[in-house]
Design a protein around this ligand. Sequence first.
Ligand code: ATP
Length: 585
Amino acid sequence: MTTELPVAGTRQVRAAFVSLLGAERRRVLLGVALHVAAAGAGAAAPLLMGRMIDDLTAGATIDDMDRLALGLAAAIAAALVLTWAAGYTVDRVGELLSARLREDFIARCLRLPPHLAEQAGSGDLMTRSTIDVPEAGNLVRDTAPWAATAVLTSLVYIGAMAWASPLLALCVLLAAPPIAVGARWYLGRARAGYLAERRAESAMGDAVAATADGARTAELYGLAPNRRRVAHDAISRHWGATRYTLYLRSMYFLSLESSYVLPTAGVLVFGAALYFGDAITIGAVASCAVLSRQAVAPLNNLLMMVERVQRGFASLARVEGVGQALADEPRASEAEPSGGEVALRGVRFAYPGGRDVLHGVDLTVPVGERLAVVGPSGAGKSTLARLIAGIDPPGSGAVEVGGADIAAMPLDRRRRHVTLVTQEHHVFTATLRENLALARPGASDAELEAALDAVGAAWATALPEGLDTELGGTADELDAASAQQIALARIVLADPDVVILDEATAMLDPRAARDTERALAAVLDGRTVIGIAHRLHTAHDADRIAVVEDGRVTELGSHDQLLDRGGAYARLWHGWQGSGSPPAA
Ligand code: ATP
């Protein structure tokens, strides 16, 4: 079951936006000042033109005209230079802010507790990182700066109109009614519309990714028609959500178009009346007519941008939601584990929306013990492993490592104490050295080679470029067994107090698995090792065995003790001995 990560509320989004701008306050203010200066120079040109018309009608000399023409040329040149400087400054600050937004997002994702990331599903995180982060980046890089510039520029032009004729400046207000009605209608619907569109996009991503991941299973069980229907439904919902936002935009742009022409028409009609009533000069009417176009053009652009601003803020709300998920997590505990004793007391646990999977588990694993956990499929062994690794917090009861609540520990600190290795490994597109050094940055080549040796990865020494061999990608795809050995070598390097192996050698053939487990046990001597044992030789080699059945530990003891007892373990063992195959799983 997936539970989407939260979406930040309007107030948090506003606070995040302000704090982002605050990080580059000086550059932002310089950009604003340059834009105001550029608009001032731009407004001077029509005013000088009006003055030229009036002076000409009043019989000015050629010298007067030359002076005014020179002023006009200087105003135009200043407007050009200042506009360029303002654009450069704002673009630079926009790039910086957008880079900061990306970096913050990645840092937050990496701090996200694994259980939250898993519950959110890959579609949600993927959409946030590939669609919302760039969209929010556009907001801070382009949309918001240009929107702010449009407002400032319009205000400067309207101010210039008021200076030429306060009465004609009022004509700008004619644009207000259609804009107000259109904007009110649009803004009331846009946020919800865009958020719904993003959600539908995430769901579509999830559906497609799940089909791709489970392609083999779908083929095996003839599930293709079912997966097609799931994908079709997700795509239809996305199409519906996209069509709705398209409808909102088209209606909104219609109201903008009608607002565009009204102020200039008003200036010409009222200006003519005032001129014939000797209340105003013809130069002032000409200046105001040009200025009204200049004032409304950025306003019109701004209103077109409202749609992008809305989209940007909707995306920023989803980007900030990841931060909110982190903030909503209970405060990390400062307690530092001492040693590797694992203690579970009355542990109960249910996956979101499900029934209890663990029903009150009590178990203590002393420092340095090797405990094997066995039991039928679905009994709760992997769940137990996740809880001991601190991935999921228990619903009730306590899971402690070295006396500290493991789930309450921050991720980076927890990794130093407990490592869980499962069947799923990731080999990064990087060199073998980089893939291993993730577990211990700065490890020497000798340490890396010793770790590979400890897990029986003889193939690594045969690589033509040794530790510098590029792995991952398509060129040197490793087989699953080798990838598993890299994961095991990482544990040797990480050297945590507690190691949990959940089918960690399942990809190796039985003989190699047993050899690797024994070699690993020698290297991990003194560490607490909990192994989910699907092959019973692992249980045989362990100090103690815990049998888990239906979410409870039903037997606990050494191999010989449990055989003597003649219970569930003895039955599994004899069954396995008889068949030479893994226990009933
Ligand atoms: P196996 O040997 O097959 O791996 P297991 O003993 O490790 O089984 P778990 O994987 O812990 O058992 O599963 C215990 C129960 O929890 C099962 O009923 C399983 O369906 C359920 N379960 C496991 N993972 C999840 C999950 N992510 N969401 C919901 N239910 C889950």
